[in-house]
Unconditional design. Sequence first.
Length: 369
Amino acid sequence: MFGIRFIKTRPIDFTIHFKSGRIKKQGAGLSFFYFAPSSTLVIVPADTRDAPFIFQEITKDYQEISIQGQVTYRVKDAVKLASLLDFTIDANGRYMGDGIEKLNLRITNLIQVAVREKFRSLELTEALTAAAELYQPVLDRLKNSNTLVELGIDVLDFNILKISPAPEMARALESTTREVFLQQSDEAVFQRRNFAVEQERKIKENELQTQIAVEEKNRTIRETKMNAEISVQEKQKLVEVAKMDAKLAVESKNADIAQLKLDSQIEQEKKKSELVSSQAKNMVEYSKAKAQSLSQEIAPLKELSAEILEALSLNQMDSRQLISRAFRDLAKNSEKIGNLNISPDLLQSIMENDSYSNQSFSGNSGRES
């Protein structure tokens, strides 16, 4: 109303109020009324700002590359910057001047000048990977730039985000890199196959070595068993020899004993033979003597008759013998006898007599033998 307006700025905005060509107010985060027809407001951003940039350069081998990045800065002296660039705003708070665009352009130009010398000394493949090498030199050059010091700008950070070649060269590099990668892939496959073959060979060798070791162990075991069997057989042979020796010794001893027994039997037989001969001689002599004695005893009886001799023999018999003789005589003349009665007592006495006679005969036979 009547040209009087109110403005309220942020703490990050440095506001300068010009009236009639002189600075009436200045500072960050101001709020005040002003008369628009005779006032000019300037707002310089005092916060940190990121200014992106992109530009093309030529490498040592005359290849075009595109460089993209950003720079972070802040306004250190807003009054100095406002005196060099236009940051005037209108009544609605919109910038009327081109101070921000010119500031970003000047910083970009400084960065381009700083990196140009470096890229002109690098070939394409080297330039594509030189971002890390450019960081510190370019940042130091921006911090020490007289232009930025005069503008009251303090550079905080600098980054190159991307370095890319021309599309045709990118495709060529991709093809070359692809071929290199394919070659490396083939080489890797070849090496992997060689490694697999080598590992398989080592495995086969290990298996063969294992088989050889197993065969060697089995051979050692077989030799040990054979040696043990040979030792056992030798010991068995020694045992058999010892048994045979013992058996031969026993047989020899038995033979000696049998020979001794035989010699003893022979000696006994000889002695028996001598004894029998002696007994035979004695018996012959005894028989001769007895026969001679009997002949001398019988000689007188030769002159006697049979009846006298029988009568004499009857005198030597007991009653039972006489009864027995009587029965014998009766048996001789049985055809002349009609009836004969014999009592049981008589038979009993005869049988007892026969038993006694048999016992006597047996006893006499034993004594004679």
